[in-house]
Design a protein around this ligand. Structure first.
Ligand SMILES: NC(=O)c1ccc[n+]([C@@H]2O[C@H](COP(=O)([O-])OP(=O)(O)OC[C@H]3O[C@@H](n4cnc5c(N)ncnc54)[C@H](O)[C@@H]3O)[C@@H](O)[C@H]2O)c1
Length: 249
């Protein structure tokens, strides 16, 4: 499929996991991918791999929690490729704490990256997406839809990302811009591998976030992102799609 021929897509979180898999998939489908991440070394490796496979991609270090960095990045993307057709917002962080032990600074950092960062990106790209009749795919989560044990801050951000995405979808639908979410669950990435649990964690609660079919590779989410961001998703907006192996079915 070449659904992204002549299309420019900005991907956040492109150095790892779902964002990286989305960048690979969209490049395979012919897109010009503006890849961003706070982890510059891993980002450069990810972009080198896309180019080695014959794809078109650019690496640009970005901290999505910084408004000035986000705004400069979006302008540089448009200057590099001449336009912007879609944005895939996958950058995010996860931490697990008992709610009563969650430090305010840690709560705030999760909000800054997952929620404010997603807002800043959406705000910065919308003027260009209005010109190209483009679209946004944001990273929500099964935690947007059901309780995630130890995820007070994370769940709050993911619920809010879903609500914000629906709001943008409604506000801009008549002007030709779409906005959707993916809600992944049980995807094997660095985020899932590196999270640490509270000392007294009740692991029986993990069943709530385990899929029925076992963990899956990030590419299973990338295919859904590609559908939503392409013309195959032309009549889909304000929607969320769970990619969770039946966790919440
Ligand atoms: N893995 C899962 O099962 C799962 C489930 C639900 C939702 N998600 C969501 O999917 C998205 C991708 O997660 P993943 O599992 O691929 O994780 P990941 O850790 O593999 O990738 C996240 C990327 O975001 C980048 N990042 C972190 N802070 C940043 C910042 N301030 N600015 C720019 N980049 C930053 C990281 O460097 C990393 O490359 C996240 O938003 C996550 O919350 C993942």
């Amino acid at each position: 499929m070449n659904r992204f021929d002549n299309r420019v897509v900005l991907v956040t979180g492109a150095a790892s996991g779902i964002g990286q898999a989305a960048a690979v998939r969209l490049a395979e489908e012919g897109g010009k991918i503006y890849c961003t991440d706070i982890n510059e070394a891993a980002l450069n490796d990810a972009v080198a791999a896309i180019k080695k496979s014959g794809g078109e991609a650019t690496a640009r270090k970005l901290d999505i929690s910084s408004e000035s960095d986000v705004n400069a990045c979006v302008q540089e993307c448009i200057a590099t490729y001449g336009k912007l057709d879609a944005v895939v917002n996958m950058a995010g962080i996860l931490r697990f704490d008992n709610c009563h032990e969650l430090a305010l600074a840690d709560w705030q950092r999760v909000l800054d990256v997952n929620l404010t960062g997603t807002f800043l990106l959406c705000k910065a790209v919308l003027p260009e997406l209005l010109k190209t009749k483009g679209n946004i795919v944001n990273a929500a989560s099964t935690a947007s839809l059901s309780g995630l044990p130890w995820g007070t801050a994370y769940g709050a951000t993911k619920g809010a990302v879903l609500a914000m995405t629906r709001t943008i979808a409604v506000e801009y639908a008549k002007r030709g811009v779409r906005a959707n979410c993916v809600c992944p669950g049980d995807i094997s990435t660095n985020m899932a591998a590196n999270v640490s649990f509270p000392e007294d964690a009740d692991f029986d609660l993990l069943a709530r976030i385990s899929s029925l079919t076992g963990p899956k590779e990030p590419k299973v989410v990338a295919g859904v992102i590609a559908m939503l961001a392409s013309e195959d998703g032309a009549h889909v907006t304000g929607e969320h799609i769970r990619v969770d192996g039946g966790t919440l079915s």
